[in-house]
Design a protein around this ligand. Structure first.
Ligand SMILES: Cc1cc2nc3c(=O)[nH]c(=O)nc-3n(C[C@H](O)[C@H](O)[C@H](O)COP(=O)(O)O)c2cc1C
Length: 149
């Protein structure tokens, strides 16, 4: 949905999927998220130099961003100083997601990206959005204006 809306605004969009080496079980995933410890991924030496904006999407795991976000950015280069956007999915109602999106925003800032203030928080049920869909346009508009709102 995000991809289509950005394309409707005339943007070129590439989706880079973070690929785990081995699927962790529920508890391993939750524990790694809580401790923000990296888990091995297949992506290597990803260069983001050709992109103007980097949108980072993560589920909420145990109230935190997926640990794969950190694993990904340690294998990524040429992203410093770029505008970024955060979008979060969660199974529970908004609160966890809002806190989590702030955590992810702080992390991206700490590694040198420039996240826009507005974050998109979606409550999900099996690939279906339960709530938050109405905010996708606002998120896209904010990204298009590069954080000026
Ligand atoms: C290990 C684990 C921990 C989770 N912890 C939370 C949580 O703390 N709060 C929440 O709202 N959802 C939690 N969820 C639900 C996920 O956020 C939800 O499944 C995800 O956002 C949907 O995207 P997916 O299709 O990639 O799973 C958790 C899911 C997993 C697997």
């Amino acid at each position: 949905m995000l991809e289509q809306k950005l394309k409707d605004h005339g943007q070129q969009v590439d989706i880079i999927e973070i690929q785990h080496l081995k699927r962790p079980g529920f508890f391993r995933a939750g524990r790694a998220a809580m401790k923000q410890e990296e888990l091995p991924i297949k992506n290597t030496d990803v260069a983001l130099r050709d992109y103007d904006v980097v949108l980072v999407g993560s589920p909420t795991w145990a109230g935190k961003p997926s640990p794969y976000i950190r694993s990904f950015f340690t294998k990524t280069n040429a992203f410093e100083g770029k505008t970024a956007g955060v979008f979060i999915t969660g199974g529970g109602p908004g609160e966890d997601n809002v806190k989590n999106s702030e955590l992810l925003k702080d992390y991206l800032e700490s590694i040198g990206l420039k996240p826009v203030n507005y974050t998109l928080n979606l409550q999900m049920k099996k690939e279906e959005i339960i709530s938050g869909e109405q905010y996708i346009d606002k998120f896209v508009d904010t990204i298009m204006k590069r954080g000026s709102t």
